[in-house]
Design a protein around this ligand. Structure first.
Ligand SMILES: C[S@@+](CC[C@H](N)C(=O)[O-])C[C@H]1O[C@@H](n2cnc3c(N)ncnc32)[C@H](O)[C@@H]1O
Length: 292
């Protein structure tokens, strides 16, 4: 296992002369549309934190997370969730943060960081009181194996919490879609979803989580959803995402450069109410045992 270099470039370095074509960590990975190698990935992680951390922390707290817990944060992305977890479990606990590309989470104080392709690489050694993932599995082609591995890593009495978007449940960028700028935003969102689907993203995965957790033998399964309608973090997420996939949106004919430029100006001016897809949080406990 290894950790990655710090991101220092804007566009995909592998497509640039002298780019990191030979980077061993990524060489065997299928290309992920929202590649962590781009600086916009870090901006997206910041906005995920702004949008979803309070919601996520509420769920993690509700299962009793506290000092001494052993936690596996899967597909960690950035630092905010692992850092908060480390503060909750304290010095006697353990937080393992894994990702196929660890550059944004490396160096988080109190957190063990490992490069790990969930469901493909062997699972981390010890069982955990809590395994958590957010906005991960829709992107993982072998997501059934990944979820199975995550459930199997929970010790008896421990919890699995999985939070995934369900864009098909609410596909619009602008719920209020009468004006041309709103309609453009919705067309761009639809194009973005097409690009995601072409990369194997399951756009209707979130709603299936409760059933999947039960099928894996977990008990006390429940779920809820969070659905931001508008706000500065929604705008920031849109700016970072559109800037990150700008080239693909143009190359696939989804939008022209001029349309994208106009859209970015409108978003930056705060003139659109931009929603996110629902984030579905599902949780379940492995039967037996007592933790805490
Ligand atoms: C949309 S980001 C979400 C990051 C973070 N969980 C959050 O909510 O802010 C998805 C993350 O999953 C990671 N990832 C994608 N496929 C993975 C895999 N097979 N195994 C582990 N991590 C993976 C990506 O590198 C990226 O950091």
């Amino acid at each position: 296992m290894s950790t990655a270099a710090e991101p220092t470039t804007g566009r995909d370095p592998a497509s640039e002369p002298g780019g990191r074509h030979d980077e061993p960590m990524m060489a065997e990975q299928p290309r992920y549309l929202l590649d962590n190698r781009q600086v916009e990935a870090g901006r997206r992680f910041d906005t995920f934190a702004d949008l979803f951390d309070p919601w996520t922390f509420r769920h993690l707290t509700a299962v009793g997370l506290g000092p001494g817990w052993q936690v596996w944060e899967v597909g960690a992305g950035g630092r905010s969730v692992p850092a908060w977890l480390a503060g909750q479990v304290g010095a006697e606990g353990r937080v393992l943060a894994t990702d196929i590309d660890t550059r944004w989470v490396s160096g988080t104080p109190g957190v063990e960081v490992q490069q790990h392709d969930v469901g493909r690489d062997p699972p981390p050694d010890s069982p955990f009181d809590l395994v958590h993932a957010r906005l991960l599995l829709v992107h993982v082609p072998h997501r059934d194996d990944a979820l199975q591995q995550m459930a199997a890593a929970v010790k008896p009495g421990g919890w699995l919490i999985v939070e995934e978007a369900d864009p098909a449940l609410q596909p619009l960028a602008c719920l209020d879609g009468e004006e041309p700028a709103q309609q453009l935003a919705n067309r761009l969102k639809s194009g973005f979803r097409q690009l995601l689907a072409q990369r194997g993203v399951d756009l209707a995965y979130g709603r299936t989580l409760p059933r999947r957790l039960r099928e894996l033998g977990l008990v006390e399964v429940a779920a809820d959803a969070y659905f931001p309608i508008t706000g500065p973090a929604c705008d920031q997420l849109e700016l970072a995402t559109v800037e990150q996939i700008r080239d693909q949106l143009i190359a696939t004919g989804i939008a022209t450069g001029a349309e994208l430029d106009g859209h970015l100006v409108t978003v930056a001016a705060g003139e659109l109410d931009l929603a996110t897809p629902p984030l579905i949080s599902a949780w379940g406990r492995r039967p037996g045992g007592l933790i805490g």
